[in-house]
Design a protein around this ligand. Structure first.
Ligand SMILES: *[C@@H]1O[C@H](CO)[C@@H](O)[C@H](O)[C@H]1NC(C)=O
Ligand SMILES: *[C@@H]1O[C@H](CO)[C@@H](O)[C@H](O)[C@H]1NC(C)=O
Ligand SMILES: *[C@@H]1O[C@H](CO)[C@@H](O)[C@H](O)[C@H]1NC(C)=O
Ligand SMILES: *[C@@H]1O[C@H](CO)[C@@H](O)[C@H](O)[C@H]1NC(C)=O
Ligand SMILES: *[C@@H]1O[C@H](CO)[C@@H](O)[C@H](O)[C@H]1NC(C)=O
Ligand SMILES: *[C@@H]1O[C@H](CO)[C@@H](O)[C@H](O)[C@H]1NC(C)=O
Ligand SMILES: *[C@@H]1O[C@H](CO)[C@@H](O)[C@H](O)[C@H]1NC(C)=O
Ligand SMILES: *[C@@H]1O[C@H](CO)[C@@H](O)[C@H](O)[C@H]1NC(C)=O
Ligand SMILES: *[C@@H]1O[C@H](CO)[C@@H](O)[C@H](O)[C@H]1NC(C)=O
Ligand SMILES: *[C@@H]1O[C@H](CO)[C@@H](O)[C@H](O)[C@H]1NC(C)=O
Length: 473
């Protein structure tokens, strides 16, 4: 058990001592017959040059590059993340620090023949290849903007609209079909390089006008693009799902829905996944759609650096904060996937799960929290109904397609707690020995056996302020 038994420097055990009160008992009840939404997986992005950090631009040795990729994508060695969100580049060579477009020159008119030039997508193409080799299931390629010549503001940065959508009037006409062709060419070039894009998107935070690649849209305008994208995918017989719209907050995602649902040919019927981010408002309610929904981006962007803190003051980068965000998103917002912003980057900040500092790989408590979900809640799992008898112990439970039940218990109590875990409806009570995995201020993914008593319940003692995964079958 190599990776999981590493000692991690911990400030916490001394600085943040648990209270000494005696253990309390909390009953967790899981009804494995009560199946809820399907799980597609967990992941992150390495857009905007971060993928190049993985391949050593931050000073990682070849051996550590391989170790990092294993920690990200190998289910046995590491967290087994199954979703990668790539940025489809929109910049030209005058903006080389950004993600570079595959269409570098303005063809003049939307009907003119475009010239496409493949590139490595700032390391994202080789990253996707390495991830698939380790078990990646889903590659979501998403554009932040169309290239400059397709837009109202003739710039891929600073917001602006795609020429051709409602309320635009560009001298060159509508670029909607040309933009769709460009997105599908990206997918084709990846395919030719041996990498399958499973999901495609064309917007990122369309509420915002930012100094980096950005393109604005409301629901009606997005719908116009979705219909053309959907029809073109059908005409070409491609096996490709459409995601939309990566709104900046969950409320914004809700507000875009009427535009997608309107009209005689509702755009929503062409979508497979409805996506949103957690910044402007968190995923804490279920969106008004029966599509699968994914939280495709969220992170602590405050600049704090708290890699070894699971719990201190409920700060935005702490492990507990993210364990709670994930649980609320699955329980209250019905999400099928949860993606942090960056996976690994050469920076001392909490905007990634893993910090790369020259040749050092720093695994944050957030990484271990995501690992406990990603490793044990695999694509195709179903969330099942679970409840806790205590107001400061939160639970989510998932039944994997192989029957293994992962019950995630977040103890925000201030004392050591005995858990009585009742699992109703699990097939076969044969395996009386189960495992639990603990992450708190002191431990990362500490493994301990759990036993079933003669009462038919599993009994485990868990620390104060901890995330504990009970893995049973
Ligand atoms: C256990 O499952 C049975 C059958 O599905 C159901 O009637 C009962 O209410 C469940 N009990 C609990 C505690 O979930
Ligand atoms: C939850 O998501 C699933 C898709 O995974 C969907 O079928 C279901 O209708 C959603 N539930 C609600 C209450 O919207
Ligand atoms: C990595 O980040 C550090 C700190 O910001 C910086 O000094 C260093 O130049 C970066 N390394 C590379 C290769 O980007
Ligand atoms: C992509 O990267 C590979 C390996 O680093 C390199 O050989 C190739 O020239 C690059 N291709 C492009 C189009 O940048
Ligand atoms: C490059 O992009 C910028 C802004 O997106 C645009 O103003 C400029 O004309 C483009 N240059 C070329 C050579 O295409
Ligand atoms: C976007 O912001 C820039 C910079 O503040 C501004 O010049 C531009 O007019 C804005 N664009 C739109 C479409 O609002
Ligand atoms: C989207 O914006 C267009 C153009 O401004 C407007 O006509 C349309 O009503 C808006 N749609 C929604 C749903 O707000
Ligand atoms: C969701 O979170 C927001 C912001 O924290 C809060 O204002 C709102 O009341 C929450 N909604 C629910 C349903 O919990
Ligand atoms: C814990 O939080 C306090 C403020 O609430 C802060 O002063 C201290 O630096 C934090 N400790 C760590 C390890 O983050
Ligand atoms: C955990 O408890 C602290 C108080 O000790 C509270 O401030 C915080 O909001 C709680 N966190 C969650 C996720 O409920």
């Amino acid at each position: 058990m190599s990776i999981w038994t590493w000692a991690t420097p911990s400030i916490a055990s001394t600085v943040l001592a648990n209270s000494l009160s005696s253990p309390t008992t909390v009953t967790i009840t899981v009804d494995a017959n009560e199946e809820k939404q399907i799980v597609d997986g967990f992941g992150f992005s390495e857009a905007f040059g971060r993928a190049e950090n993985v391949f050593g631009s931050a000073g990682l040795s070849p051996a550590n590059q391989q170790r990092l990729l294993d920690l990200m994508y190998d289910e046995n060695i590491g967290a087994g993340f199954t979703i990668l969100r790539n940025g489809i580049g929109s910049a030209n060579l005058s903006d080389p620090s950004d993600m570079i477009s595959i269409e570098l020159t303005d063809p003049g008119l939307p009907s003119s023949k475009p010239t496409y030039t493949p590139n490595n997508n700032t390391g994202q193409l080789p990253l996707a290849k390495a991830a698939y080799a380790r078990g990646l299931k889903t590659l979501y390629a998403d554009a932040w903007s169309a290239p400059w010549f397709m837009k109202t503001n003739l710039n891929d940065n600073d917001g602006g609209y795609l020429c051709g959508v409602e309320d635009t009037d560009c001298p060159t006409g509508s670029w909607i079909q040309a933009y769709v062709n460009y997105l599908l060419e990206y997918v084709k070039l990846y395919k030719e390089a041996g990498v399958t894009v499973t999901n495609v998107g064309f917007l990122n935070e369309p509420q915002l006008n930012t100094s980096y690649a950005s393109m604005q849209s409301n629901g009606t305008q997005a719908a116009e693009v979705i219909r053309v994208l959907g029809r073109t995918i059908r005409e070409q017989g491609l096996d490709l799902e459409i995601n939309c719209c990566d709104a900046v907050g969950w409320e914004d995602a809700e507000q875009m829905l009427p535009g997608l649902q309107a009209g005689p040919d509702p755009a929503i019927n062409y979508l497979s996944v409805y996506t949103g981010h957690g910044y402007a408002s968190p995923p804490n309610f279920t969106l008004s759609t029966h599509l699968r929904t994914w939280l495709t981006e969220w992170a602590d962007l405050t600049g704090d650096y708290v890699p070894y803190v699971f719990f201190n003051n409920s700060g935005p980068g702490e492990g507990m904060t993210w364990a709670n965000n994930i649980q609320v998103a699955f329980n209250a917002a019905n999400v099928s996937a949860f993606l942090y912003w960056e996976g690994a980057e050469n920076a001392t900040a909490s905007s990634s799960l893993i910090n790369l500092i020259n040749n050092e790989i720093v695994l944050s408590k957030r990484y271990w929290v995501f690992a406990q979900f990603s490793k044990f809640v695999r694509p195709g799992a179903r969330r099942v109904v679970a409840s806790s008898s205590a107001s400061d112990v939160f639970v989510t439970s998932f039944k994997n397609s192989n029957g293994v039940i992962a019950t995630q218990v977040l103890n925000n109590g201030t004392s050591t707690t005995t858990i009585d875990l009742e699992i109703n409806g699990s097939w076969g009570w044969g395996n009386r020995e189960a495992m639990m995995y603990i992450t708190d201020n002191e431990f990362d993914f500490k493994q301990e056996p759990v036993y079933m008593g003669s009462d038919g319940l599993y009994h485990g003692t868990i620390p104060a302020r901890s995330l504990v995964s009970f893995i049973t079958q």
